[in-house]
Design a protein around this ligand. Sequence first.
Ligand SMILES: [Zn+2]
Length: 53
Amino acid sequence: MYTIKCDSCGFELYRERFPKTVEMVSKTWGGVCPKCMSPLSSEPIRISLVRVR
Ligand SMILES: [Zn+2]
């Protein structure tokens, strides 16, 4: 399972069996975290891709 969480608030932006690029996930949410409204598309990437069992 792959998850991508907001680096600012820990909100789970993506959780699936297959990895997805940070850019695609960012576009899905309109470029901002829906919880804390932090911009997700800015560089450097402030959200992390974490692989969990
Ligand atoms: Zn957030």
